[in-house]
Design a protein around this ligand. Structure first.
Ligand SMILES: Cc1cc2nc3c(=O)[nH]c(=O)nc-3n(C[C@H](O)[C@H](O)[C@H](O)COP(=O)(O)OP(=O)(O)OC[C@H]3O[C@@H](n4cnc5c(N)ncnc54)[C@H](O)[C@@H]3O)c2cc1C
Length: 406
């Protein structure tokens, strides 16, 4: 380990994309400290990649982008079903925004990214716990996350790493987010529970064969209950797989893990095909997770430490932007670092370029979730001072090119 090393905390989508961007754009080999014992993405979730995220990935690594296009499922129609009302519209993103709309399993996307980072750059079972910024270097404290067998050996599990800087990409429950906040901003450290949980799973193509319904390929379908409180989705994925998700109100976050398959089936008023797909899912494969969001932070950088991805601006998946923003972050940070040797200055320039855009998309994601529940069918942006129409907001969100945004 050398003092000139650059460290990334977290080997999720944001950490890996940043590592690849730094490699390709700046020739920097950063090291990743990852808490888990293996590099793995969520197997039960889809990631929707929108034109803005795809454009960022293309600029980061064109071969990665090609692999994503070849592997993921290109969505051609988006259908909304609310009670008896149904609308099916073509997903014309490629002609409007120059990039398609791709749905891909989170774990597939994660492994496409992981393939591009050398194993020697990744320190598994190292959870970062603290960072100390000493102006010309940082000291990063970690705690080794040991297996039960290793834990019996009473080894010292603390280890410190020295480097030039730390990029914090440790996700929505970030332990290091607090580092960039001031004393009077501590209420922003923890994410907020939205009062809703999301249950979801991926079904393999052979598991779907026994269903008596035919599911549309290359299509994403959204279901809204008549009271607006429950939202379902069904989407085709790579290799004939299908993803479903159901979000429900659950007042107490701690009871989220008590939700059973029977509960989902009883609680939901949705008819086929969503309920049939849920019924066909083996119980143990259904993952339930509370939906968390963050209040926008006032800054992402402090000295030689910078936040990105969900650590900086976690959003609920109402607009499907969390990972897309993380890929934008990775590109913008690498561009800032390419042009500036002083990392504290590069991080501050990253913050200037990202803060406003991420705050706007965080606010709009939160409002989009509420709008669906309030049964507002008109897609008006709730911030008319900023965007004169929802279409203008979509243009702002999807047309990101990594260069012309302030
Ligand atoms: C159900 C669901 C559906 C979603 N759908 C979409 C979608 O369609 N489109 C979209 O763009 N986004 C979507 N998102 C959001 C997207 O998944 C996140 O925005 C994205 O994963 C953020 O990447 P990240 O690397 O910042 O965080 P993560 O992917 O959470 O990665 C964080 C990593 O840091 C590690 N870590 C945590 N703490 C420490 C520590 N102390 N030390 C070291 N390592 C640590 C974790 O183990 C993990 O590997 C969805 C999210 C959910 C929950």
């Amino acid at each position: 380990m050398k003092p000139e090393d650059l460290w990334i905390s977290g080997g999720g989508l944001a950490g890996l994309a940043t590592c690849i961007a730094l490699q390709n754009k700046c020739g920097i080999q950063a090291n990743i400290l990852e808490a888990k014992s293996q590099l793995q993405g969520d197997t039960g979730t889809l990631i929707a990649l929108w034109p803005n995220g795809l454009r960022a990935l293309q600029a980061i690594d064109s071969s990665l982008y090609q692999d994503i296009l070849q592997t993921g499922c290109k969505i051609q129609y988006i259908t909304s079903i609310r009670g008896t009302e149904e609308s099916r519209i073509p997903a014309e993103y490629e002609s409007k925004y120059g990039q398609p709309f791709i749905c891909i399993r989170w774990s597939t996307l994660h492994s496409l990214l992981a393939k591009r980072v050398s194993r020697s750059q990744i320190y598994l079972q190292h959870a970062t716990t603290e960072v100390h910024d000493k102006e010309d270097h940082v000291i990063i404290e970690t705690q080794r996350t040991l297996s039960a067998k290793d834990a019996c050996r009473n080894e010292d599990t603390k280890e410190a790493f020295v480097g030039r800087a730390l990029i914090v990409a440790d996700g929505v429950r970030s332990l290091l987010r607090k580092y960039v906040l001031n004393e009077n901003e501590k209420q922003l450290i923890d994410p907020i529970y939205t009062g809703r949980v999301i249950a979801r799973a991926v079904l393999e193509s052979d598991e779907l064969k026994c269903l008596s319904i035919s599911l549309p390929q290359n299509e994403s379908i959204f279901f809204f209950s008549s009271d607006g409180k429950k939202v379902g989705s069904l989407s085709s994925l790579e290799q004939g797989q299908f993803y479903w998700a159901l979000t429900l109100p659950v007042p107490n976050m701690d009871s989220c893990h008590d939700i059973q398959k029977q509960h989902l089936q009883q609680e939901s008023e949705f008819s086929t095909p969503l309920m049939q797909v849920i019924a066909a899912t083996p119980t143990e494969r259904i993952q339930v997770r509370p939906l968390l969001e963050m209040q926008p932070l006032p800054r992402y950088a402090k000295g030689n430490v910078v936040l990105l991805g969900d650590a900086a601006h976690a959003v609920i998946p109402s607009l499907g932007q969390g990972a897309n923003l993380a890929f934008e972050d990775a590109l913008v940070l690498s561009c800032c670092m390419k042009n500036e040797d002083n990392l504290a200055k590069a991080f501050s320039s990253f913050e200037q370029k990202r803060l406003h855009r991420c705050q706007v998309i965080q606010e709009e994601s939160s409002k989009a979730g509420k709008r669906a529940r309030e049964l507002k069918t008109n897609n008006s942006s709730s911030n008319p001072q900023v965007f004169e129409s929802y279409e203008k907001f979509l243009e702002y969100m999807l047309e990101f090119d990594g260069i012309s945004f302030p």
